[in-house]
Write a protein that binds this ligand. Structure first.
Ligand code: NAD
Length: 595
């Protein structure tokens, strides 16, 4: 917490180099107009601020007005990034207070636009850049960051950002977005999260030709170089920040599965695109199945549109979660599941060499002759008659009116999940799914979409937002310090999430609790994960083995955005006068606060 770190600062030799003005300039200690008159006198900053002293709530209100005045989402994004760079407490107080409105800005869809143009929008950031030119030197780069006690690292190589493809070093935008959500939704302390991007070059020619692109202007490196850099980072990060959990973010298919095999048992890490998405979608599907009264998968037919890392990861997760929930085996899921990729139904008989991750899901019961008639989604829908259709293809608008009408004609409540991000890549607009199914569809999307009024009924699509899962998983890991994060932990998170919608949520057709409750959700997810880590014997911290006690510990551990009390500032031993300050050498560094 900020207050404790300030106290610590006040008792360290660092104070001799600290000037009052540095507390305004440091984004962790700045209170802006909330500095009291006493604090202003003590810090020698009178005159630097307007006379009226405000509360954090007043400041949030002002920023809300300013935020609303920006029309373009990207301008809202830049506004919030400025607040983040100058006053961390205010930034998180704002985001938590206005979570619903901030989320589409700091995360999908606007973060996608920000990543696309990151070099053009760049002013500064607080991330770590590692690159192939520095192989052998990564520990130095880590130390240069002067970050101590890092607890959450979000690492990307920018190779597959949302559904936008290879964005190279611009991918840091996604790591920044995710780390700030760890703070806002998971209560991780803001000084203990670190966005990291691995610059391995980019195959995106438009970016390489953009004069304002900030990454290395080379093609992506080969696999040997990629793993050399990543191995070095993983090892150095574990040694420098032994309590940290590492989240892999938006790595392309050709690496993400192999990375999990390589690191999952050795480091405290997980892949949010595969495992986080898997958990949140599984939870949504369990909720939907419970809403239609299904007691097993036997009567379901599930079609996945898209067979990339996200889709097969989701399918694996649904298989794990439904097996645990319905007390069956994963085979049940395989029996009822069909994948469609750009060549049509994924079968063992279609004559091509399937990527490794597709093989377990390829249908072996489709004769080669039949496959020829199953090369489009429309044909597969007609053939399979799905009850569940999940889109993870990044092919916007692929679920047509005919497809929805066909599903609605064959089942009472078609379950339709257009999960591709950003919104422009969603396979269907939820409003169309409702209209074309006469309001019968149960819909969850990847990006946020508004409610619609259909013949007097308000229909609100759920958002299968990974935010329900990853902050809680990270929080649980920080508290229990597992040696690694087995898949069972993510399954436990999904099972818990599926239990969280209230009766009122269910009656409104929602598959998840409202996003505004995400901090409470994170608490529950963290507790469920810790219980599972204890059961699996991977937790290394001695903790109570009962849920109520754990819940108290988790809640207490969660950071809340409040300014440090006046007494903390007044107890600081500073350089004596403004004249002394001009000669100060000791500019405050974030790390000195050890937040
Ligand atoms: P990917 O590129 O690895 O896979 C895309 C898959 O879709 C491939 O199998 C491809 O063959 C198939 N495909 C693409 N266009 C097609 C078309 N016109 N017809 C048939 N098949 C087509 O991508 P990925 O990593 O699996 O991600 C896919 C999407 O999932 C992205 O938009 C991403 O944003 C989204 N995603 C959403 C969430 C979430 O909602 N929580 C999480 C992770 C990923």
């Amino acid at each position: 917490m900020l207050s404790r770190s300030l106290l610590r600062l006040a008792t360290t030799p660092m104070r001799r180099g600290v000037r009052g003005v540095d507390f305004v300039r440091n984004r962790f200690t700045n209170k802006g107009t909330a500095f009291t008159l006493e604090e202003r006198r003590h810090l020698n900053i009178e005159g630097m601020l307007p006379p009226n002293v405000e509360t954090l709530e007043d400041q949030v209100e002002r920023h809300w007005e300013q935020f609303r005045r920006f029309n373009a989402p990207i301008n809202k994004y830049q506004h919030l990034r400025n607040v983040m760079s100058t006053n961390v407490t205010l930034y998180y107080a704002f985001v938590i207070e206005h979570l619903k409105e901030s989320l589409p800005i700091i995360y999908t869809p606007t973060v996608g636009e920000a990543c696309t143009r990151y070099g053009n929008l760049y002013t500064n950031d607080h991330g770590l850049y590692i690159d192939i030119e520095n192989i052998g030197n990564i520990r130095k780069l880590i130390r240069n960051s002067r970050k101590e006690n890092v607890e959450v690292i979000v690492l990307t190589d920018g190779s597959r950002i949302l559904g936008l493809g290879d964005l190279g070093v611009n991918g840091i935008g996604i790591s920044i977005g995710k780390t700030s959500l760890y703070v806002a939704a998971g209560g991780i302390s803001p000084g203990r999260v670190l966005p990291v991007v691995m610059d391995c070059g980019t195959d995106n020619l438009t970016l390489r030709n953009n004069p304002l692109y900030l990454g290395t202007r080379k093609r992506r490196c080969d696999d040997a170089t990629f793993y050399k850099l990543l191995d070095e980072f993983m090892e150095a990060a574990k040694e420098e920040w032994p309590t940290a959990v590492i989240q892999f973010e938006d790595f392309s298919n050709n690496h993400c599965f192999d990375m999990m095999e390589r690191y999952q048992n050795k480091y405290r890490c997980f892949n949010d695109d595969i495992q986080g998405t898997g958990a949140v979608v599984s939870a949504g599907l369990l909720s939907a199945l419970s809403q239609i009264g299904a007691t097993s998968l036997a009567d379901q037919r599930i079609v996945f549109f898209g067979a990339g890392s996200a889709a097969t990861g989701v399918a694996e997760s649904i298989a794990d979660v439904t097996a645990a929930h319905f007390k069956t085996t994963k085979d049940e899921m395989h029996k009822v599941t069909y994948f469609v990729d750009s060549k049509g139904l994924v079968t063992t008989t279609r004559g091509d060499t399937l990527a490794k991750h597709k093989v377990p899901w390829a249908r072996a019961d489709i004769p080669a002759e039949d496959y020829k008639k199953l090369t489009s989604l429309e044909e597969v829908v007609e053939y399979v008659k799905p009850t569940v259709l999940i889109g993870l293809s990044a092919a916007g608008g692929a679920f047509t009116k005919e497809i929805v009408e066909h599903m609605a004609a064959n089942c009472e409540h078609p379950i339709i999940f257009p999960l591709s991000n950003p919104s422009s890549k969603a396979e269907i607009q939820p409003s169309d799914a409702y209209k074309w199914s006469n309001g019968k569809a149960i819909v969850a999307s990847g990006s946020p979409f508004p409610a619609i009024n259909l013949n007097g009924r308000i229909l609100q699509p759920s958002q299968g937002n990974n935010l329900y899962i990853f902050p809680g998983v990270g929080l649980g890991c920080i508290i229990a310090q597992p040696t690694c994060i087995p898949q069972e932990v993510l399954v436990a998170a999904a099972l818990r999430l599926a239990q969280l919608p209230s009766q009122a949520d269910k009656e409104a057709g929602l598959l998840y609790p409202p996003i505004e409750q995400v901090r409470a959700v994170s608490t529950e997810i963290a507790v469920a994960c810790i219980r599972k880590m204890q059961e699996l014997g991977v937790a290394t911290v001695e903790l109570p083995d009962n849920t109520p006690e754990l819940r108290k510990i988790v809640k207490k551990r969660m950071w809340v955005p409040v300014y440090a009390a006046e007494s903390h500032y007044l107890s600081l031993d500073l350089l004596d006068s403004p004249a002394d300050q001009s000669g100060s050498k000791g500019l405050l560094k974030e790390a000195n606060f050890r937040i």
